[in-house]
Design a protein around this ligand. Structure first.
Ligand code: HEC
Ligand code: HEC
Length: 258
């Protein structure tokens, strides 16, 4: 009797049995759905890259080595030298041009030459702060704070018009020994009057070369090889004017040129 009463009690207790089962199974569904959601958002699924492995957008890169390597090394050389374009790994150049101007050139490029602008305003994919970061990075990596200590160099940008005729005399005295009497190349240097070359570079690039040389390839800066007198501001302007005067009017065209 007692037993029976108990089992009755128990039965009463379990009266909502079926509805509980239903409740339980819907709970199970919710749990399963939550689990699937959690799993689908989980980075540890095979083949899914972790946060650190995801490639950064160009505008998110803040490492100088990566920025220089991806955007500049192809033209200016892996370690900032021995590229087709002038070396950046040049303390005299970096000191002369300065950080502000460097960042400006990186952001805007040099119109009409292969030097691209990297800021969005110039069609590039880097931000203005990244241009500053690259300029600072180059100075930190390759600059020397005292590169121009005690020296008064000619200005980075031309301060007045040069005279091509006087420039011819400067060329004969300071350049012909390497680039040949007529500029078409000598034992120590190539042609500086090649139409295709002159058609590709800006006047400033020629001035920068006269100022800073190509130290990576053995061309000295405006102070010349050891012992020679440095070129004056005027002489730099004049020899650049002479180089510019050798540029064909229509570079790359077989006729109508110089
Ligand atoms: C496609 C080749 C190319 C790439 C890429 C390139 N440059 Fe240049 N760069 C040039 C050329 C060519 C010049 C010379 C332009 C001229 O004629 O004035 C130049 C000029 C410059 C100058 C000015 C030189 C001067 O006369 O004072 C700076 C500074 C410079 N580049 C820095 C950079 C940096 C930093 C990067 C990467 C963010 C870069 N360049 C990427 C080709 C390139
Ligand atoms: C000691 C030898 C030497 C002297 C002096 C010299 N150069 Fe050069 N120059 C070179 C070498 C080496 C190069 C590297 C390329 C080559 O072989 O022509 C070069 C490159 C150049 C370039 C091309 C730079 C580039 O890569 O865009 C120009 C322009 C140039 N020289 C002009 C001059 C002028 C102008 C003078 C005189 C003010 C001069 N050089 C004096 C050896 C010299």
């Amino acid at each position: 009797m007692r037993r029976r009463a108990m089992s009755d009690e128990r039965r009463a207790m379990w009266m909502p049995h079926s509805s509980l089962i239903a409740h339980r199974s819907s709970l199970g569904l919710v749990t399963a759905a939550a689990l699937m959601l959690a799993l689908s958002a989980c980075d540890s699924l095979p083949g899914r890259p972790t946060e650190a492995e995801r490639p950064l957008r160009p505008s998110e890169v803040t490492d100088f080595g990566a920025l220089y390597g991806e955007n500049c090394a192809g033209c200016h050389g892996a370690d900032g030298k021995l590229g087709a374009a002038r070396p950046m790994n040049d303390p005299v150049y970096l000191a002369l041009v300065g950080e502000t101007r460097l960042a400006q050139i990186i952001a805007s490029g040099v119109l009409g030459t292969p030097m691209p602008g990297f800021a969005p305003s110039a069609g590039g994919m880097l931000t203005e702060p990244q241009a500053v970061l690259i300029a600072k990075g180059m100075i930190a990596a390759w600059g020397q704070p005292d590169a121009l200590a005690g020296v008064t160099p000619p200005a980075y940008s031309a301060t007045g018009a040069g005279d091509a005729q006087r420039g011819a005399a400067v060329y004969a005295a300071a350049c012909a020994s390497c680039h040949g009497a007529d500029g078409r190349g000598g034992e120590k240097g190539g042609s500086v009057v090649d139409g295709a070359y002159l058609g590709l570079v800006s006047d400033q690039a020629l001035r920068t070369t006269v100022l800073c040389g190509r130290t990576d390839l053995g061309m000295p800066d405006w102070r010349g090889a050891a012992g020679g007198a440095p070129l004056s501001e005027q002489q730099v302007g004049d020899v650049v004017a002479w180089l510019v005067a050798q540029r064909p009017r229509f570079p790359g065209q077989p006729y109508g040129g110089q």
